[in-house]
Structures are given as structure tokens and as C-alpha cells.
Write a protein that binds this ligand. Structure first.
Ligand code: AHG
Ligand code: MN
Ligand code: MN
Length: 280
């Protein structure tokens, strides 16, 4: 596992450089979800694949930017699912973006996940590794990730990050979100799940939601590359992750690019969602 985390660290430094200095325009390609890919989405995907191709324990990689899984080492043990550049449409406005990794064994269901890592490219580059614990690292001047601290969520937080277009929300979802705000929670939403979830994790807790909407019944965020890894991080940090009714890590995708509604948060907020959603 250490060599996989090391490969991610090397890829992160390369991606940060690409974000800072290379072309931020769109390519002529779309990915499996139908998003037009930025040149940087494609470049980041290639950087990560290149670094994993040097790690014999990585059997297969599957990325948000690849239509199919790709075999790297026949004898390898792990499957790595990743979103090379999450929030890439925020690059042109110079907001923080990220990379998300799920390290799976045997299959690509939530229960096959054994480690999750994400990198935030903000004013500083930080990496969070969830294994038995959740640890925050920060890139230093010499290009090394230095351990900063362990991340633990409080039982209850103060932030509310509300995703998806409100006109597509179910009435009961709107009621739940309105009640949370009425209790004094503050809105925090940049439109990049990596910095938005990172903020909730580091500020002690709160709720991030990306629900089912009338035009996207299964939400927008992809299980294998985005939702499972963050569910793993939130559970290991002492919080929870659900689709409204079930634990995210009990879900099984039928296709690699499947999406699911999702809620990540500290325990009080997750209980609150479960109670409200159980009525519908
Ligand atoms: P990506 O850039 O990999 O396609 O993902 C963007 C995602 C996620 O980061 C964010 O939480 C969500 O899209 C925002 O969507 P809305 O603008 O619909 O809230
Ligand atoms: Mn993404
Ligand atoms: Mn992406």
C-alpha cells in the first residue's frame, strides 16, 4: 500500500504543476458521463496512469476519464479507481480542485475498498490518507508530504454544503435542508467536492449532500471514483456516509460509471438525514 501512496504523491506534484502552468482549455473529447474533458482532465489521467504503471501491486486502473478498466500488472493485487481532476470546471475561476483515489481488492463495490486517498490543490497542496486512521499531509518546499495531524470529526458540526440544482430537489429534501439552515448552520459550497468535503472534515463536521433530482434520479457523483472513497474517509474519521437510506459502503455498482445520491457528514447530521428520508 505504501508504494501506491508514494505513486499518488509523485502524481500529485506533477498534476499541481500542470494546473499552474499548462493550457486550461477544453479538448474535443467527452468522457463516459458525457462531460467535455478539459485538456487538464486528460493530462492528469495520463500522469496517474503513468505513475501506477511503475507499481507492480496495481493490477487494474479505472478512471472517471477512461471508458473501461485498464490492466496494468497481471500479477497485481489492487484495483485503483480514481477521479484524476475533480472540480476541473473550477480551474478557469482559480478555485481549489482535487484528485480522488479508491484502492479496492477483489471487486469495485463499497465493501471492497481498503484505503482511500484524496489530494487538494488549493493555495497549498494537501493529501489525506484514510486507512486505519485518517491522516492529513501537506506538501513542503522540498516537494515532500509531511504529516500534519490525524483527522477526527466531532459528533455535530456547523457547515451545510448543499449540492444539485434546487428546482430539481424533492420537497422533503428541501424541507430537511431548510430546517438545517434554520438551526444556524452556515452554507459552504464551492462546487468542488474535494475542497467542500475537506472543509467539513477539517472544521469538525457538518453535512454535504448531493441528492437525487428530477433530472438525475441517481444524482451526479460517481460511486467508484468519488463517492466510495469519500464514504470510507468519513467513516474512518468517525462520521458517516449514506445514500439517504443505506450506508454508501454497502452499495454495489452495476456499471463502473454508476452514480448515487450521497450524504457525507458527522453523526448527528447523518442521523438527521436518515430520520427524514425514512419517511419517504
Ligand atoms: P468533476 O469535475 O469530476 O466532473 O466533478 C464535479 C462534481 C463535484 O466536485 C461537485 O461536488 C459537483 O460536481 C458539483 O455539482 P453541482 O454544480 O451540480 O452542484
Ligand atoms: Mn469529480
Ligand atoms: Mn473529474
Amino acid at each position: 500500500m505504501q508504494e501506491i501512496i508514494q505513486a499518488i504523491s509523485v502524481a500529485a506534484v506533477r498534476i499541481k504543476k500542470a494546473i499552474e502552468f499548462s493550457d486550461t482549455g477544453y479538448s474535443e473529447h467527452t468522457n463516459k458521463t458525457g462531460d467535455t474533458q478539459l485538456k487538464l482532465d486528460i493530462a492528469s489521467d495520463l500522469i496517474i496512469e503513468e505513475e501506477f504503471s511503475k507499481v507492480p501491486s496495481v493490477k487494474t486502473v479505472i478512471s472517471e476519464e477512461k471508458d473501461e478498466a485498464k490492466l496494468l500488472h497481471e500479477e497485481g493485487r489492487y484495483i485503483v479507481g480514481y477521479d484524476p481532476l475533480d472540480g476541473s470546471s473550477l480551474i478557469d475561476v482559480n478555485l481549489a480542485v482535487g484528485s480522488i483515489f479508491g484502492i479496492y481488492e477483489n471487486g469495485m463495490s463499497g465493501s471492497d475498498l481498503i484505503c482511500a486517498v484524496y489530494v487538494v490543490y488549493g493555495p497549498r497542496v494537501e493529501m489525506v490518507v484514510a486507512w486505519s486512521k485518517v491522516t492529513l499531509y501537506r506538501l513542503n518546499e522540498s516537494g515532500k508530504f509531511i504529516k500534519i495531524k490525524e483527522i477526527k470529526l466531532n459528533e455535530k458540526g456547523k457547515l451545510n454544503a448543499t449540492g444539485a440544482t434546487q428546482k430539481g430537489w424533492a420537497a422533503y429534501h428541501k424541507k430537511l435542508i431548510d430546517e438545517i439552515f434554520a438551526d444556524g448552520y452556515r452554507l459552504r459550497y464551492s462546487g468542488g467536492m474535494v475542497p467542500d468535503l475537506h472543509q467539513i472534515l477539517l472544521k469538525g463536521g457538518g453535512l454535504f449532500s448531493y441528492p437525487s433530482t428530477t433530472d438525475a434520479l441517481k444524482g451526479k457523483l460517481r460511486m467508484v471514483f468519488e463517492v466510495f472513497p469519500f464514504a470510507f474517509v468519513f467513516e474512518k474519521a468517525g462520521g458517516g456516509a449514506i445514500d439517504g437510506k443505506r450506508r454508501i459502503l454497502e452499495l454495489k455498482p452495476s456499471h463502473l460509471h454508476d452514480t448515487t445520491p450521497c450524504f457525507f457528514g458527522s453523526n448527528e447530521e447523518i442521523k438527521r438525514v436518515l430520520n427524514e428520508y425514512a419517511k419517504h
